[in-house]
Design a binder for this molecule. Structure first.
Ligand SMILES: Cc1cc2nc3c(=O)[nH]c(=O)nc-3n(C[C@H](O)[C@H](O)[C@H](O)COP(=O)(O)O)c2cc1C
Length: 207
């Protein structure tokens, strides 16, 4: 068996990243959005549609979602680079990132972006602490898409490899710098896993 270095392992693990999605949230009138490539389908039962997503604790979105128990996950089209830059390269702690992004509040009260490939409004039903991040398990309560005139989704969904290969060259240095900072944060905290019982589950397993 060959022994791989951390960089080679990281490159292999990149095959397990998700499409690039926008995650929105709202708390006390404050609306926010971020970008993730760690969102996956978390149920094969069509009658129990679920997703999961890992969000670092240093992100503002983490606290908004943890405190409210709701988020909206948006698949993006592969031409939505500007939105990824807007939401994924700066924090909503210091600016209103959705101010110029057309959206409305969905049925759970979190922002739904008008322009996307598809969206899933989610209610958090459980969480897992990883030390540096929280994995949120969300029940999908409603689904829609940024429809074209015929009511069908337009274009293709943005994948992580496509984003990395085609992002504007002037963003790459900043992207790498933010990624290294997040990796450092994760390296320092990932062994410090806490036992977290999601509210609503305190009484034990649902019958
Ligand atoms: C392509 C891409 C993928 C990302 N994936 C994640 C992720 O899976 N989890 C996470 O916590 N942050 C991820 N980020 C970083 C956040 O989107 C970024 O830190 C953002 O500024 C957080 O905003 P907030 O502080 O307003 O919540 C990703 C960013 C990009 C550009």
């Amino acid at each position: 068996m060959s022994v791989l270095g951390p960089d080679q392992i990281y490159q292999l693990l990149r095959h397990l990243t998700s499409p690039v999605v926008a995650i929105t949230s709202e708390r006390d009138g404050k609306r926010n959005g971020m970008i993730s490539d760690s969102a996956v389908r978390a149920s094969i039962a069509p009658t129990v549609p679920r997703v999961s997503v890992y969000i670092h604790k240093f992100n503002f979105s983490h606290d908004l979602i943890f405190d409210t128990g709701r988020f909206v996950l948006h698949l993006l089209r592969d031409d939505q680079f500007a939105l990824i830059h807007q939401l994924g390269f700066a924090s909503g702690r210091t600016q209103d990132k959705l101010a110029a992004v057309p959206h409305h509040l969905g049925m759970l009260g979190a922002p739904v972006l008008d322009d996307c490939y598809a969206f899933f409004e989610c209610r958090v039903v459980n969480v897992m602490d990883t030390g540096s991040s929280t994995c949120f398990l969300g029940d999908i309560v409603t689904v829609g898409h940024g429809a074209g005139a015929d009511g069908a989704p337009r274009g293709n969904a943005m994948t992580a490899p496509y984003f990395r290969a085609h992002m504007p060259a002037e963003w790459r240095a900043e992207y790498e710098r933010l990624l290294r900072a997040a990796q450092q944060y994760a390296a320092e905290r990932s062994r410090d896993i806490r036992a977290v019982i999601w509210r609503g589950l305190e009484g034990g397993p649902a019958s």
